[in-house]
Design a protein around this ligand. Structure first.
Ligand code: NAD
Length: 294
Protein backbone atom coordinates (compact mmCIF):
# COMPACT_ATOMS: atom_id res chain seq x y z
CA UNK A 1 0.00 0.00 0.00
CA UNK A 2 1.37 3.40 -0.92
CA UNK A 3 0.75 6.71 0.84
CA UNK A 4 0.88 10.46 0.40
CA UNK A 5 3.91 11.33 2.53
CA UNK A 6 5.09 14.73 3.72
CA UNK A 7 8.84 14.70 4.49
CA UNK A 8 10.43 17.57 6.41
CA UNK A 9 14.25 17.63 6.71
CA UNK A 10 15.89 16.39 3.51
CA UNK A 11 19.49 16.53 4.79
CA UNK A 12 22.25 13.94 4.96
CA UNK A 13 19.88 11.25 6.24
CA UNK A 14 16.45 12.55 5.26
CA UNK A 15 17.38 13.04 1.59
CA UNK A 16 18.19 9.39 0.83
CA UNK A 17 15.39 8.17 3.11
CA UNK A 18 12.84 10.23 1.17
CA UNK A 19 14.32 8.92 -2.10
CA UNK A 20 13.80 5.34 -0.90
CA UNK A 21 10.15 6.10 -0.16
CA UNK A 22 9.78 7.40 -3.72
CA UNK A 23 11.47 4.23 -5.03
CA UNK A 24 8.93 2.16 -3.06
CA UNK A 25 6.07 3.90 -4.89
CA UNK A 26 4.99 6.45 -2.27
CA UNK A 27 4.00 9.96 -3.33
CA UNK A 28 6.50 12.07 -1.39
CA UNK A 29 6.26 15.84 -0.99
CA UNK A 30 9.21 17.31 0.88
CA UNK A 31 10.69 20.48 2.26
CA UNK A 32 14.03 21.58 3.70
CA UNK A 33 15.26 25.04 4.68
CA UNK A 34 18.37 24.43 2.55
CA UNK A 35 18.00 25.03 -1.20
CA UNK A 36 20.82 22.56 -1.87
CA UNK A 37 19.01 19.80 0.06
CA UNK A 38 15.78 20.58 -1.81
CA UNK A 39 17.55 20.35 -5.18
CA UNK A 40 19.23 17.03 -4.31
CA UNK A 41 15.91 15.53 -3.18
CA UNK A 42 14.08 16.84 -6.26
CA UNK A 43 16.64 15.10 -8.47
CA UNK A 44 15.67 11.85 -6.74
CA UNK A 45 11.95 12.17 -7.34
CA UNK A 46 10.74 14.07 -4.26
CA UNK A 47 8.16 16.75 -5.07
CA UNK A 48 9.28 19.96 -3.40
CA UNK A 49 6.77 22.16 -1.60
CA UNK A 50 7.10 25.89 -0.94
CA UNK A 51 7.13 25.41 2.86
CA UNK A 52 7.06 22.69 5.52
CA UNK A 53 3.37 23.44 6.15
CA UNK A 54 2.60 22.94 2.46
CA UNK A 55 4.58 19.68 2.36
CA UNK A 56 2.39 18.09 5.04
CA UNK A 57 -0.97 19.69 4.08
CA UNK A 58 -2.35 16.64 2.27
CA UNK A 59 -0.17 13.98 3.80
CA UNK A 60 -1.44 10.75 5.33
CA UNK A 61 1.99 10.19 6.90
CA UNK A 62 4.34 12.98 8.02
CA UNK A 63 8.03 12.09 8.44
CA UNK A 64 10.55 14.43 10.05
CA UNK A 65 14.34 14.06 10.07
CA UNK A 66 15.66 17.19 11.80
CA UNK A 67 18.94 17.92 13.63
CA UNK A 68 17.83 18.27 17.30
CA UNK A 69 14.89 18.26 19.71
CA UNK A 70 14.79 22.05 19.49
CA UNK A 71 14.18 21.88 15.73
CA UNK A 72 11.47 19.25 16.20
CA UNK A 73 9.70 21.14 19.00
CA UNK A 74 9.90 24.44 17.08
CA UNK A 75 8.42 23.03 13.88
CA UNK A 76 5.73 20.67 15.19
CA UNK A 77 3.11 23.28 16.20
CA UNK A 78 2.92 24.52 12.62
CA UNK A 79 3.09 21.00 11.13
CA UNK A 80 0.29 19.61 13.31
CA UNK A 81 -1.91 22.63 12.46
CA UNK A 82 -1.33 22.18 8.73
CA UNK A 83 -1.93 18.42 8.49
CA UNK A 84 -5.36 16.82 8.40
CA UNK A 85 -5.42 13.68 10.53
CA UNK A 86 -1.98 12.23 9.82
CA UNK A 87 0.41 9.69 11.32
CA UNK A 88 3.44 11.73 12.52
CA UNK A 89 6.73 9.81 12.55
CA UNK A 90 9.78 11.62 13.92
CA UNK A 91 13.02 9.86 12.94
CA UNK A 92 15.36 12.52 14.40
CA UNK A 93 17.48 11.61 17.44
CA UNK A 94 16.11 13.71 20.31
CA UNK A 95 15.76 13.47 24.11
CA UNK A 96 13.27 10.93 25.47
CA UNK A 97 11.48 13.72 27.34
CA UNK A 98 11.23 15.85 24.19
CA UNK A 99 9.85 12.86 22.25
CA UNK A 100 7.08 12.47 24.84
CA UNK A 101 6.26 16.20 24.70
CA UNK A 102 6.13 15.99 20.89
CA UNK A 103 3.83 12.92 21.03
CA UNK A 104 1.42 14.73 23.38
CA UNK A 105 1.41 17.77 21.14
CA UNK A 106 0.65 15.62 18.10
CA UNK A 107 -2.19 13.74 19.83
CA UNK A 108 -3.79 16.89 21.27
CA UNK A 109 -3.92 18.23 17.70
CA UNK A 110 -5.86 15.09 16.66
CA UNK A 111 -3.11 13.05 14.97
CA UNK A 112 -1.16 9.84 15.80
CA UNK A 113 2.45 9.96 16.99
CA UNK A 114 5.47 7.67 16.57
CA UNK A 115 9.14 8.19 17.50
CA UNK A 116 11.43 6.17 15.23
CA UNK A 117 15.13 7.13 15.49
CA UNK A 118 17.55 5.18 13.36
CA UNK A 119 20.92 3.50 13.39
CA UNK A 120 22.93 2.59 10.32
CA UNK A 121 24.14 6.06 9.34
CA UNK A 122 24.41 7.45 5.82
CA UNK A 123 25.25 4.08 4.16
CA UNK A 124 22.14 2.59 5.79
CA UNK A 125 20.00 5.54 4.68
CA UNK A 126 21.27 5.17 1.09
CA UNK A 127 20.86 1.39 0.97
CA UNK A 128 17.49 1.31 2.78
CA UNK A 129 19.07 -0.89 5.43
CA UNK A 130 18.51 1.27 8.53
CA UNK A 131 17.35 -0.10 11.86
CA UNK A 132 14.34 1.79 13.25
CA UNK A 133 13.75 1.83 17.01
CA UNK A 134 10.10 2.65 17.47
CA UNK A 135 8.10 4.13 20.34
CA UNK A 136 4.37 3.93 19.57
CA UNK A 137 1.03 2.49 20.63
CA UNK A 138 0.29 -0.86 18.95
CA UNK A 139 -2.04 0.34 16.14
CA UNK A 140 0.25 3.29 15.33
CA UNK A 141 3.22 0.92 15.13
CA UNK A 142 1.30 -1.36 12.77
CA UNK A 143 0.54 1.63 10.54
CA UNK A 144 4.10 2.97 10.58
CA UNK A 145 5.91 -0.35 10.10
CA UNK A 146 5.39 -0.84 6.34
CA UNK A 147 6.41 2.76 5.63
CA UNK A 148 9.58 2.42 7.72
CA UNK A 149 10.32 -0.96 6.11
CA UNK A 150 10.78 0.85 2.77
CA UNK A 151 13.77 2.68 4.33
CA UNK A 152 15.23 -0.02 6.55
CA UNK A 153 15.99 -3.64 7.17
CA UNK A 154 14.79 -3.86 10.78
CA UNK A 155 11.86 -2.14 12.49
CA UNK A 156 11.78 -2.86 16.23
CA UNK A 157 8.80 -1.94 18.41
CA UNK A 158 10.44 -0.85 21.69
CA UNK A 159 7.37 0.31 23.63
CA UNK A 160 5.21 3.43 23.93
CA UNK A 161 6.17 7.03 23.10
CA UNK A 162 9.81 7.80 23.83
CA UNK A 163 10.86 4.12 23.93
CA UNK A 164 12.49 4.37 20.49
CA UNK A 165 14.63 7.28 21.65
CA UNK A 166 15.44 5.42 24.89
CA UNK A 167 16.67 2.39 22.90
CA UNK A 168 18.73 4.62 20.62
CA UNK A 169 20.63 6.43 23.40
CA UNK A 170 21.14 3.25 25.45
CA UNK A 171 22.58 1.47 22.39
CA UNK A 172 24.85 4.38 21.55
CA UNK A 173 26.00 4.63 25.16
CA UNK A 174 27.19 1.00 24.87
CA UNK A 175 28.88 1.87 21.57
CA UNK A 176 30.57 5.06 22.81
CA UNK A 177 31.91 3.39 25.95
CA UNK A 178 33.03 0.24 24.14
CA UNK A 179 34.92 2.25 21.50
CA UNK A 180 36.87 3.98 24.28
CA UNK A 181 37.46 0.62 25.99
CA UNK A 182 38.84 -0.88 22.76
CA UNK A 183 40.95 2.22 22.11
CA UNK A 184 42.46 2.23 25.61
CA UNK A 185 43.30 -1.47 25.28
CA UNK A 186 44.95 -0.88 21.89
CA UNK A 187 47.02 2.01 23.29
CA UNK A 188 48.04 -0.06 26.33
CA UNK A 189 48.95 -2.94 23.97
CA UNK A 190 51.11 -0.55 21.90
CA UNK A 191 53.02 0.51 25.01
CA UNK A 192 53.58 -3.17 25.92
CA UNK A 193 54.93 -3.99 22.47
CA UNK A 194 51.83 -5.89 21.32
CA UNK A 195 51.00 -5.58 17.62
CA UNK A 196 47.53 -4.40 16.62
CA UNK A 197 47.00 -7.62 14.68
CA UNK A 198 47.97 -9.86 17.62
CA UNK A 199 45.61 -8.06 19.99
CA UNK A 200 42.86 -8.19 17.35
CA UNK A 201 43.39 -11.91 16.70
CA UNK A 202 42.95 -12.67 20.39
CA UNK A 203 40.27 -10.17 21.45
CA UNK A 204 38.08 -10.58 18.36
CA UNK A 205 37.56 -14.25 19.21
CA UNK A 206 37.72 -13.95 22.99
CA UNK A 207 35.70 -12.17 25.66
CA UNK A 208 36.84 -8.72 24.49
CA UNK A 209 34.89 -9.17 21.27
CA UNK A 210 32.53 -6.30 20.38
CA UNK A 211 31.34 -4.33 17.33
CA UNK A 212 33.72 -1.45 18.08
CA UNK A 213 36.62 -3.88 17.64
CA UNK A 214 35.47 -6.29 14.96
CA UNK A 215 33.59 -3.92 12.60
CA UNK A 216 34.90 -0.45 13.42
CA UNK A 217 38.45 -1.21 14.60
CA UNK A 218 40.05 2.15 15.58
CA UNK A 219 43.46 1.37 14.02
CA UNK A 220 44.19 0.54 10.36
CA UNK A 221 44.96 -3.05 9.34
CA UNK A 222 42.91 -5.68 11.15
CA UNK A 223 39.52 -4.62 9.66
CA UNK A 224 40.21 -3.21 6.17
CA UNK A 225 36.77 -1.59 5.84
CA UNK A 226 36.94 0.36 9.11
CA UNK A 227 37.20 4.18 8.85
CA UNK A 228 40.68 4.09 10.48
CA UNK A 229 41.99 2.80 7.12
CA UNK A 230 40.91 6.00 5.36
CA UNK A 231 41.99 8.64 7.86
CA UNK A 232 38.72 8.28 9.81
CA UNK A 233 36.73 9.78 6.92
CA UNK A 234 33.08 8.75 6.51
CA UNK A 235 31.55 6.57 9.21
CA UNK A 236 29.65 7.89 12.22
CA UNK A 237 30.75 11.43 13.02
CA UNK A 238 32.24 12.07 16.47
CA UNK A 239 29.95 15.14 16.75
CA UNK A 240 26.90 12.87 16.46
CA UNK A 241 28.33 10.46 19.03
CA UNK A 242 28.93 13.44 21.35
CA UNK A 243 25.31 14.51 20.80
CA UNK A 244 23.90 11.03 21.55
CA UNK A 245 26.09 10.53 24.63
CA UNK A 246 25.02 13.99 25.84
CA UNK A 247 21.37 12.90 25.53
CA UNK A 248 22.17 9.65 27.39
CA UNK A 249 24.01 11.51 30.17
CA UNK A 250 21.14 13.99 30.54
CA UNK A 251 18.61 11.12 30.69
CA UNK A 252 20.74 9.37 33.33
CA UNK A 253 20.78 12.54 35.44
CA UNK A 254 16.99 12.97 35.17
CA UNK A 255 16.49 9.27 36.02
CA UNK A 256 19.01 9.41 38.91
CA UNK A 257 21.09 6.61 37.36
CA UNK A 258 24.87 6.96 38.02
CA UNK A 259 26.07 5.81 34.52
CA UNK A 260 29.59 6.97 35.37
CA UNK A 261 31.30 5.56 32.27
CA UNK A 262 28.55 6.94 30.04
CA UNK A 263 29.05 10.40 31.57
CA UNK A 264 32.83 10.25 31.16
CA UNK A 265 32.48 9.04 27.57
CA UNK A 266 30.14 11.99 26.90
CA UNK A 267 32.81 14.39 28.22
CA UNK A 268 35.60 12.82 26.14
CA UNK A 269 33.57 12.90 22.90
CA UNK A 270 32.34 16.45 23.55
CA UNK A 271 35.94 17.65 24.00
CA UNK A 272 37.07 15.76 20.88
CA UNK A 273 34.20 17.13 18.78
CA UNK A 274 35.01 20.69 19.93
CA UNK A 275 38.63 20.28 18.86
CA UNK A 276 39.55 18.71 15.53
CA UNK A 277 37.37 15.60 15.64
CA UNK A 278 33.80 16.73 14.93
CA UNK A 279 33.64 15.43 11.35
CA UNK A 280 35.82 12.35 11.84
CA UNK A 281 34.49 8.87 12.54
CA UNK A 282 34.04 8.46 16.30
CA UNK A 283 36.76 5.76 16.41
CA UNK A 284 39.29 8.61 15.92
CA UNK A 285 38.85 9.20 19.67
CA UNK A 286 41.88 6.85 19.94
CA UNK A 287 44.11 9.66 18.69
CA UNK A 288 43.36 11.60 21.90
CA UNK A 289 44.21 8.67 24.17
CA UNK A 290 47.90 8.32 23.28
CA UNK A 291 50.29 10.24 25.52
CA UNK A 292 52.15 11.76 22.55
CA UNK A 293 48.91 13.20 21.17
CA UNK A 294 47.57 14.51 24.48
P1 NAD B 1 21.48 17.20 8.59
O1 NAD B 1 21.87 18.45 9.31
O2 NAD B 1 22.29 16.76 7.43
O3 NAD B 1 19.96 17.32 8.07
C1 NAD B 1 18.95 17.99 8.78
C2 NAD B 1 18.20 18.86 7.78
O4 NAD B 1 17.10 19.48 8.43
C3 NAD B 1 19.06 19.99 7.19
O5 NAD B 1 19.13 19.83 5.78
C4 NAD B 1 18.34 21.26 7.61
O6 NAD B 1 18.38 22.28 6.63
C5 NAD B 1 16.92 20.75 7.81
N1 NAD B 1 16.08 21.58 8.68
C6 NAD B 1 16.36 22.08 9.92
N2 NAD B 1 15.29 22.74 10.40
C7 NAD B 1 14.30 22.64 9.47
C8 NAD B 1 12.96 23.10 9.39
N3 NAD B 1 12.39 23.78 10.40
N4 NAD B 1 12.25 22.84 8.27
C9 NAD B 1 12.80 22.13 7.25
N5 NAD B 1 14.08 21.66 7.26
C10 NAD B 1 14.81 21.91 8.37
O7 NAD B 1 21.40 16.06 9.71
P2 NAD B 1 21.38 14.48 9.48
O8 NAD B 1 22.76 13.94 9.53
O9 NAD B 1 20.50 14.17 8.34
O10 NAD B 1 20.71 14.01 10.86
C11 NAD B 1 19.31 14.15 11.08
C12 NAD B 1 18.98 13.43 12.39
O11 NAD B 1 19.35 12.06 12.26
C13 NAD B 1 19.71 13.97 13.61
O12 NAD B 1 18.83 14.00 14.70
C14 NAD B 1 20.85 12.99 13.81
O13 NAD B 1 21.26 12.92 15.18
C15 NAD B 1 20.19 11.70 13.36
N6 NAD B 1 21.12 10.66 12.87
C16 NAD B 1 22.10 10.98 11.98
C17 NAD B 1 22.98 9.99 11.54
C18 NAD B 1 24.08 10.29 10.55
O14 NAD B 1 24.96 9.43 10.36
N7 NAD B 1 24.09 11.45 9.90
C19 NAD B 1 22.83 8.68 12.01
C20 NAD B 1 21.80 8.37 12.88
C21 NAD B 1 20.95 9.38 13.31
Amino acid sequence: MTHRIGFVGLGTMGGPMAANLVAAGHRVTGYDLSAEARERAAARGVMIAGSAAEAVGEAEVVLTMLPTGRHVLDSYSELTESAAGALFVDCSTIAVGDARVVADLVRVAGHRAVDAPVSGGVPGAEAASLTFMVGADGPDFAEAEPVLAAMGRRVVHCGTSGAGQAAKICNNMILGISMIAVSEAVVLGESLGLSHQALFDVASTASGQCWALTSNCPVPGPVPASPANRGYAGGFAAALMAKDLGLAAAAATVSDVPAELGGRAAELYAAFAEEAGAGLDFSAIITTLRKDDA
